[in-house]
Design a protein around this ligand. Structure first.
Ligand code: URA
Length: 267
């Protein structure tokens, strides 16, 4: 069946739909030996020989969906000019060529999804679907009620104000507080920059939830395959927009002895 080239490439798990368009525009895709740079071009993966960077596209094969507990010190990319450790280095036993759904900074830890299903990844990452991501942030010193409120209402960043977020105090520590920030945008270094904007210094940043999926008990560097039900639930969540954070993990460490309101919801 004839389909648009960018759809075929992303469905083959090479990369997302948008990144596939870039590959085409940059002349890295051929169909039956001819370079194709037009985005509307259609091909039939069963009949046509499609290559990306000279390598024939593998259109069949098993779809895999992986949840990795990313440690700090790993880069969320498939290659790095500075030869730093890659998240895919942690997936040695995975024969499929998977790529990350979105990214976590080098110094950010926690829940990272990887897949070779371009369509699924694309849906999750598309801003229209607004999948909620929750982060636990350890900040230097104490957080004020005013700072929590400002984070929840949205803060002014260089490229514009952030959307309202769900923010709560998770742990009221002796030296450092932990807060939870749930956002549905995916701007570069968003949580760190939001904290900077309200004069909070981030000591540690961990993603604990992606839509309906929580980190669970995986140790840093460990991964597991998602079940079909999880894959579908996440996709279902995507189509039905964001739901309230009823799946938000509540840690046993949660406490609020200061009496400060722990939860700010601005939606
Ligand atoms: N926000 C950040 O600042 N960094 C990440 O890695 C993810 C979200």
């Amino acid at each position: 069946m004839q389909e648009r080239l960018q759809k075929i490439i992303s469905a083959a798990g090479i990369t997302s739909r948008r990144a596939s368009e870039e590959l085409i525009l940059n002349g890295r895709v051929t169909v039956n030996g001819a370079v194709v740079t037009e985005l509307g071009t259609k091909a039939d993966p069963a009949m046509d020989l499609i290559t990306v960077d000279g390598k024939p596209l593998q259109v069949s094969g098993q779809r895999v969906y992986i949840l990795l507990n990313k440690p700090t010190g790993y880069i969320t990319a498939l290659k790095d000019s500075r030869e730093r450790a890659l998240v895919t280095d942690l997936l040695k036993d995975v024969p499929e060529r998977v790529y990350p759904v979105g990214r976590l900074d080098y110094n950010t830890e926690g829940l990272l999804l990887l897949t070779n299903d371009g369509e699924w990844a694309n849906r999750l990452m598309h801003p229209r679907h607004e999948v909620e991501k929750e982060y636990f942030v350890r900040v230097r010193g104490k957080v004020s009620e005013q700072q929590l409120k400002r984070l929840a209402e949205g803060v002014e960043l260089a490229e514009g104000k952030t959307a309202p977020a769900v923010v709560r105090l998770v742990k009221d520590g002796e030296q450092n507080d932990w807060i939870s920030i749930a956002i549905h945008e995916g701007r570069n270094r968003q949580v760190r920059r939001m904290c900077e904007a309200v004069s909070l210094s981030v000591v540690r940043l961990r993603r604990v939830r992606y839509g309906s999926l929580s980190m669970g008990t995986l140790k840093p560097g460990e991964f597991r395959y998602l079940s079909e039900a999880e894959v579908n639930a996440l996709a279902g969540k995507v189509t039905s927009s964001t739901a309230p954070s009823s799946t938000t993990p509540r840690t046993t460490r949660t406490k609020n002895p200061s009496g400060r309101p722990p939860h700010f919801r601005c939606r």
